[in-house]
Ligand binder design. Structure first.
Ligand SMILES: Nc1nc2c(ncn2[C@@H]2O[C@H](COP(=O)(O)OP(=O)(O)OP(=O)(O)O)[C@@H](O)[C@H]2O)c(=O)[nH]1
Ligand SMILES: [Mg+2]
Length: 233
């Protein structure tokens, strides 16, 4: 079974824990208890493959975010969560994504953008289009509006990020295979080159011998018929 480490990031109170607990345990947590760090495991089957998910629910509240860099380093995929009721929470995600890309030193990091609390119509300050715009700015990062309360799009978002990790791993192993193949071919052609060289070196003494025999024998091959002729005559 493959291990997939997913990290849930976002500002304080956007619903990271609620989304995570809804996905892992299928329950909705009404109360708000700021997270320091929680880790969950869940086994699921995606595209016929058994996956062991380790989900790290991180702190959004500033005083607990010191470990963020470590989480990001160890994570394979990221859920970047904002709340559709909190404009600042989306702004905070821009810096968070930059941090993820910087630490991972890559533009190709498995990630989904989540606009949570989509059930709160009356408190909504960010539209679906606001989310779509950010997803486009990020190179079409998959975007889901979720409700942890009603479990809307929660499973879909997690499955999406795991699929991205799977795709990336498959791509990396295909590239490694290709590189090995290329290396093999290169080694083989180097060997051929060396063989050709060594057969050239083997030829040289013969040539030298031929030349030498021509020098040693002043009559050489050309003069043989003459000699013969001479002998006959
Ligand atoms: N209506 C509604 N409320 C939500 C939803 N998700 C979370 N909440 C509520 O928002 C509050 C904060 O949720 P949490 O899941 O604790 O938020 P968090 O992002 O984990 O917060 P930190 O751990 O402090 O970073 C809680 O009271 C939740 O019940 C949602 O989808 N809809
Ligand atoms: Mg939390």
């Amino acid at each position: 079974m493959r291990d997939y480490k997913v990290v849930v990031l976002g500002a304080g109170g956007v619903g990271k824990s609620s989304v995570t607990v809804q996905f892992v345990q299928g329950v909705y947590v009404e109360s708000y208890d700021p997270t320091i760090e929680d880790s969950y495991r869940k086994q699921i089957e995606i595209d016929g493959r058994a996956c062991d998910l380790e989900i790290l629910d991180t702190a959004g509240v500033a005083q607990f975010t010191a470990m963020r860099e470590l989480y990001i380093k160890s994570g394979k995929g990221f859920l970047l969560v904002y709340s559709v009721t909190d404009e600042n929470s989306l702004k905070e995600l821009l810096a968070l994504r930059e941090q993820v890309l910087r630490i991972k030193d890559s533009d190709n990091v498995p990630m989904v953008l989540i606009g949570n609390k989509c059930d709160l119509d009356d408190d909504r300050v960010l539209s679906i289009d606001d989310g779509i715009k950010v997803s486009q700015d990020w190179g079409l990062v998959p975007f889901y509006e979720t409700s942890a309360m009603y479990k809307t799009n929660v499973d879909e978002a997690f499955v999406d990020v795991v699929r991205q990790i799977m795709r990336k791993e498959a791509q990396i192993s295909a590239e490694k295979k290709q590189q090995k193949e290329l290396q093999k071919q290169q080694n083989a052609s180097n060997d051929q080159g060396n063989n050709a060289k060594s057969s050239e070196t083997e030829d040289k003494p013969t040539k030298r011998r031929t030349r030498q025999s021509t020098i040693d024998d002043p009559n050489g091959l050309d003069s043989a018929p003459k000699n013969k002729c001479c002998v006959i005559m």
